[in-house]
Design a protein around this ligand. Structure first.
Ligand code: ATP
Length: 444
C-alpha cells in the first residue's frame, strides 16, 4: 500500500537532486501533498502561477520519480490553495529570441539575488513569477508588473531577474533604470539631439527593468517615448519588468494605451511580510552581516517593526551600531532601549490608528462608526480621508493595515485618500490649518 507521506518524501528527494536550490525552494517546498487515492496524487499549490509552472515543467519529472520509487503510474492532480486572485494573469506566447552579443550596461545590485530573497506569504507569487521570467525571458509574462508599498522587495526581485539572466548568459543586455532616469535620459537626448542613440540604447536590450513607473504620471512626452520603446521590445519578444506603488490604472494621468499594454502580461502585488517572514529576513540579514543576535531578540525587533523590510533592515543596522557604540552585546534589553532612544518605538506604539480615528472623529463631529464605515456623504468622506492620511503620515502602519482599520478597505482606497489630501494641502490653507491642529491634538 502506497503511503502519501513516504511517496512525497521520495519525490521531494528526487527533485532535490534534479533541480537548482532556488527552483526547489520556489516550486517544491511550497507544494503540499493532500491525498493519494487510486494512484491520483492531489497536490496543493499556492497560486495559479505555481500550477501553470508545475503543469508545464514538473509534471513529467514527478510521474517519472513516482514510477522509479513505486513502480506505478501516479497521476498528479493540482489544486490551488487560496485563490484570492490578487494578481491578474493573461499570458501571451512569444518565441524566445537569441540574445545579441552586447556588453553589459546594467547597474544591478549584486546582493539582490533570488538566493538572498526570503519567500513569505506576501511575496510568494511575485517571487515565483520573477523566477519564471528569469528562466524564460519574453515568453510567459511580458511585461511582468510588480506593485505594492515601499520597501517590500520590488526592486530586489527586479534586480534578481537581471542578475540571474546575466549569470546564465553574460552576454545578455540588461538595462535597469528608474522611471526618473528614463525621463532624464530622454530629455538629455532631446537637448543634445541624440534621440537615435537613446533609441538604440533602450531598444536593443534583452531585458528592460523600469522601477517606480508611477513617476511617469504627468509626463506626456516621456510616456509617448516609452510607449514606442515598449512596443519595439515587446514585438521582438524581449522581456520588460516594471514596478510601481500601485496598479497601472491607478496611476494618475498614465495614458490608456500604456495601461492596456501593461495589462498584457502579469501584474502581481507584494504585500507586507508577516511576523515569521520578518524574523526570517532579519535572521538572514544578521547572518550575512555577521551580527550576533539571539533569536528572541530578532523576534522582538520583528514584532516592533511591521511596516516594511527597509525599515526592518534599518532597525537592525541601527541596533548593531548602537551595540558597538556602547560596547555591549545585542540583547532584547539593549534593543528595547536603543529603539526607544531612536524614537522608533514612539511612532508605532503610542500613535496608533484608533487614536487618530478618535481625534479626527471628535474634531469633525462624526461618529467613529461613520468614520470607519462606507457612507459617501462629503461631511464624512473628507474626515475619513484625513484620518487615513494622518494614519499614513504619523504611524508606521502599512497601507493594507490602515485599510483594515477602516472597516476592511482596500489599500488602494488608502492611497487614493492620501493622494487626495496631499494634493489638496498644496493649495487649501484651511485644510493646512486643520491638519496642523489635528497633528498637535494627536501628538499631545
Ligand atoms: N523578501 C525579502 N527578503 C530579503 N530582503 C528583502 C525582502 N524584501 C525586501 N528586502 C530588502 O528590503 C530592502 C528594500 O527592498 P526594495 O528596495 O526592493 O523595496 P521596493 O519595494 O523596491 O521599495 P521602493 O518602492 O521604495 O523602491 C532591500 O534591501 C531588500 O533587499
Amino acid at each position: 500500500m502506497l503511503d502519501l507521506d513516504t511517496l512525497w518524501g521520495e519525490i521531494k528527494d528526487g527533485f532535490q537532486q534534479k533541480i537548482a536550490p532556488t527552483a526547489f525552494k520556489t516550486w517544491i517546498s511550497s507544494a503540499e501533498p493532500v491525498k493519494l487515492t487510486n494512484n491520483r496524487l492531489t497536490i496543493k499549490l499556492p497560486s495559479e502561477l505555481h500550477r501553470d509552472y508545475w503543469q508545464r515543467n514538473l509534471t513529467q519529472p514527478l510521474v517519472e520519480l513516482a514510477y522509479e520509487y513505486a513502480q506505478e503510474d501516479i497521476q498528479p492532480v493540482f489544486i490551488v490553495a487560496n485563490d484570492d486572485s490578487s494578481s491578474q494573469v493573461s499570458t501571451l506566447e512569444h518565441p524566445a529570441t537569441a540574445s545579441a552579443p552586447f556588453s553589459q550596461s546594467a547597474k544591478l545590485n549584486p546582493k539582490y539575488t533570488f538566493d538572498t530573497f526570503v519567500i513569505g506569504k506576501g511575496n510568494q507569487m511575485a517571487h515565483a513569477a520573477a523566477l519564471v521570467v528569469s528562466e524564460e525571458p519574453g515568453v510567459m509574462y511580458n511585461p511582468l508588473f510588480f506593485y505594492g508599498g515601499v520597501g517590500l522587495g520590488k526592486t530586489h526581485l527586479m534586480h534578481a531577474i537581471g542578475n540571474k539572466m546575466l549569470a546564465d548568459d553574460p552576454n545578455a543586455k540588461v538595462k535597469y533604470v528608474t522611471s526618473e532616469a528614463f525621463t532624464n535620459d530622454f530629455i538629455t537626448a532631446i537637448q543634445s539631439k541624440t534621440q537615435d542613440q537613446f533609441r538604440e540604447e533602450y531598444r536593443s536590450v534583452d531585458l528592460l527593468l523600469v522601477d517606480d513607473i508611477q513617476f511617469f504620471a504627468d509626463k506626456e512626452g516621456t510616456q509617448e517615448e516609452f510607449f514606442h520603446t515598449f512596443n519595439d521590445l515587446h514585438d521582438d519578444g524581449k522581456q520588460i519588468v516594471l514596478t510601481s506603488d500601485r496598479l497601472p490604472n491607478e496611476i494618475p494621468k498614465l495614458q490608456d494605451r500604456l495601461v492596456s499594454r501593461f495589462a498584457w502580461g502579469l501584474s502581481v502585488d507584494i504585500t507586507p511580510p508577516d511576523l515569521e517572514t520578518r524574523i526570517a529576513i532579519l535572521r538572514n540579514k544578521a547572518e550575512a552581516d555577521n551580527i550576533a543576535i539571539p533569536d528572541e531578540t530578532l523576534s522582538y525587533i520583528a514584532s516592533r517593526i511591521d511596516s516594511n523590510v527597509r525599515e526592518l533592515e534599518g532597525a537592525l543596522a541601527r541596533v548593531h551600531a548602537y551595540s558597538k557604540m556602547v560596547h555591549q552585546p545585542i540583547t532584547t534589553e539593549l534593543v528595547a532601549s536603543s529603539l526607544k532612544s531612536l524614537k522608533l518605538d514612539r511612532r508605532s506604539s503610542e500613535l496608533t490608528i484608533p487614536l487618530i480615528q478618535e481625534k479626527v472623529a471628535k474634531y469633525y463631529h462624526v461618529s467613529l462608526t461613520d468614520l470607519k464605515g462606507k457612507k459617501r456623504m462629503k461631511t464624512i468622506v473628507m474626515p475619513r480621508q484625513i484620518a487615513m492620511y494622518l494614519s499614513r503620515e504619523l504611524t508606521d502602519s502599512s497601507l493594507p493595515k490602515i485599510g483594515n482599520e477602516f472597516g476592511g478597505k482596500d489599500h488602494t482606497t488608502v492611497i487614493h485618500a492620501y493622494d487626495k489630501i496631499a494634493d489638496a494641502l498644496k493649495t487649501d490653507s484651511d485644510l493646512q490649518a486643520e491638519i496642523t491642529n489635528l497633528k498637535t491634538e494627536i501628538e499631545r
